[in-house]
Design a protein around this ligand. Structure first.
Ligand code: HEC
Ligand code: HEC
Length: 376
């Protein structure tokens, strides 16, 4: 009898140990695989000739988690002044890039770089033009602060006032700890993991369900995928960076690497208008390097390059043909930089390259209702 109060306190303490542990080390107790009370697992279809889908162990996909992420992606509630959602800059019809704008408007003013598209993040090893985030949750945390001036103590109370969010957070990540910043990162990451683009004409051709026109065929096999000769050119030599080195066995069309493609003139390593990767690593040899951007859906992601300096694919091709600029960190694969570019592409070659690039447009992805604004 004397110890009843002690037993009571011990029980309460034990309960708290498992149920209301604060979000310090950030997982199981505050949402994660062990507290998926009612969430429904979701599996994604493996795209043809992509490396196997690997979902992070601490953030398994669930229908509720993905729906929550989709709502948060489209809801301006996450920005300090409730005006700007992720989708304010990342628009589905432009493969989640910002439709024709070189720079976007964040809550702080114009962005410093062009808004990239978002898809196939499951196969990406680095995020942002300079690769400063290497996981999706880190990327989300950076984007929330840099673009929307997110702070947990302002935004979370707002979400807590919306019963539909409280219910969904509970369903997706379990009740302990309520709505947390980590759960917001995880939900947004889950939604973005479902944004898979692998059903373009190019994919159908690779799967044997469609055929290239002669122009598209030349553009891909004779130009994009062919090397430049040391003396006399023949290919356009794009694949070294814009396709995986394992070639036809990996159709992601990404190398997950950083290069200087001779875009900026810089007499010395310190003269780059944007240092890109170098500002992240503090290694001068990385100055002027940027992550190879997506080439898929390129038809709808203009303007091009980290600073949006080209408006059309024709301008980009002409840049590789005759617009390369000197700088000390230029990639060794830009073999013709000494003469300002390939210089030998004919009008037909250029048209064929553009024709091929347009086969990478995935209209099913651009119109997939599962990725659209859930509030409409
Ligand atoms: C004001 C416009 C704007 C808003 C709002 C915005 N972004 Fe971005 N996003 C950008 C820009 C610009 C970059 C590139 C920044 C850089 O590389 O330095 C970017 C980069 C990204 C990337 C990396 C893509 C890649 O290829 O590396 C992802 C993913 C992303 N944003 C997701 C989000 C999410 C999720 C939100 C909402 C939480 C969001 N963004 C809000 C403009 C925006
Ligand atoms: C040495 C590696 C390399 C080679 C070779 C290369 N690229 Fe690029 N490409 C890049 C990088 C890096 C960027 C981004 C540069 C930046 O923004 O500063 C880029 C940007 C682009 C873009 C703009 C993408 C966007 O979303 O803004 C297109 C289109 C493109 N390249 C097409 C090609 C074509 C076509 C070829 C062959 C003629 C080619 N590239 C050869 C590395 C390369």
């Amino acid at each position: 009898m004397r110890y009843a109060w002690l037993a009571g306190i011990t029980a309460l303490w034990l309960f708290c140990l498992t149920e209301c542990k604060p979000d310090d080390d950030g997982d199981v107790s505050c949402g994660g695989p062990d507290s998926l009370y009612t969430a429904t697992p979701l599996t994604l279809a493996q795209p043809f000739k992509f490396p196997p889908i690997k979902i992070p162990e601490d953030n398994p996909l669930t229908q509720e988690g993905v729906l929550l992420g989709r709502m948060l992606f489209y809801d301006p509630v996450l920005s300090v002044d409730s005006t700007l959602s992720c989708a304010g800059c990342h628009k589905q019809e432009y493969a989640f890039s910002d439709g024709g704008k070189a720079f976007s408007q964040s809550v702080f003013g114009a962005t410093k770089r062009n808004t990239p598209p978002i898809f196939n993040v499951l196969w990406m090893k680095n995020f942002f033009w300079d690769g400063r985030a290497h996981t999706l949750p880190l990327q989300v945390s950076d984007a929330l602060r840099a673009e929307q001036d997110f702070s947990a103590n302002v935004i979370i109370p707002r979400l807590e006032k919306r019963p539909e969010y409280v219910a969904l957070f509970n369903k997706a990540f379990g009740k302990p700890c309520g709505i947390t910043e980590e759960k917001i990162h995880k939900a947004l990451s889950q939604f973005m993991m479902t944004l898979i683009s692998a059903d373009s004409k190019f994919d159908k051709v690779m799967r044997g369900q469609a055929v290239f026109t002669p122009s598209e065929y030349r553009g891909f096999y004779e130009l994009f995928m062919k090397d430049t000769g040391a003396v006399n050119g023949y290919g356009a030599d794009c694949f070294h960076c814009h396709a995986n080195s394992s070639g036809a066995s990996n159709l992601t069309m990404m190398d997950n690497n950083f290069h200087n493609n001779a875009l900026q003139y810089a007499p010395t390593m310190n003269d780059f208008a944007d240092k890109g990767r170098g500002a992240v690593t503090n290694n001068m040899l990385d100055n002027g390097l940027f992550r190879t951007p997506h080439i898929r859906n390129i038809e709808v992601t203009a303007p091009y390059m980290h600073n949006g300096q080209f408006n059309t694919l024709e301008e980009v091709i002409e840049f590789y043909n005759s617009g390369l600029k000197y700088s000390p960190t230029t990639d060794p694969q830009m073999k013709t930089v000494h003469r300002g570019g390939l210089q030998y592409l004919t009008a037909q070659d250029k048209a064929d390259l553009v024709a091929f690039l347009k086969t990478l447009t995935d209209t099913a992805f651009l119109r997939n209702p599962a990725f659209s604004n859930p509030f409409k």
